[in-house]
Design a protein. Sequence first.
Length: 265
Amino acid sequence: MSDDPFSLDGRTAIVCGATQGIGRAIAHAFARSGARVVAVGRNEDGLRKVQDELLAISAQPHEIVTADFAKLNETVRIANETAKRLGIVHILVNNTGGPAASSLIEANPADFGAAIAMHVGTAQAWTQACAPLMRSAGYGRIVSVTSTSVVTPIKGLGVSNTVRAAMGNWTKTLASELGRFGITVNAILPGFTRTGRLEALLKGKAARAGMTLDEVETESVSAIPLGRFADPQEIARAAVFLASPAASYVNGVNLPVDGGRLSTQ
């Protein structure tokens, strides 16, 4: 283990949703910080590409695990099998794609159950599988990637707002339960970040409003004090901090990384 409190050297980290966007950026950042990364996602070809990228970053025995988080029972099985096979896990990053955009009143009631299962259910499955190993290791970091809608709902994302709020309380509740074992539980609330999901949301908004994509982007950026969207690596750096020994006394926090957008609301 390194003496650097920001280093992840010697740690094994499971990163969910690692094939693209913020999850991929976190996997890369963890590898650069010295961790062995187990990348989890549903696209096996995408995972193999990420594994090659990780192996190019460091010589750690980085691995991949294929799992479809829309299938909760299967996810539970895979999480348990993965934890048992690894034998040691220090860091878990819960991360999965958000529900489709829609107004809340138009959402199908069944959409809520599916979204809760995919987000809270999946996070619970991986946490239950990994927490005993963290406890045995005397080191545990659980970091969930959620949204600023934990604090303030985002217009047009009714189901997402609901499930993200659930993840916020899941984070705080679990932090109070696992802290005594040396396991911290925190969440990152990314603001508008240049990912495929943001692009899709902006294009959808432009189509509904009869605006150009540039007009929608300009409107969105105007609400951010820093005057720009985030790069996924900026979110990843916050994840490295929360996963590191440097964050040993940070627990139960829903941390906005949003360029100050929430401060204006």
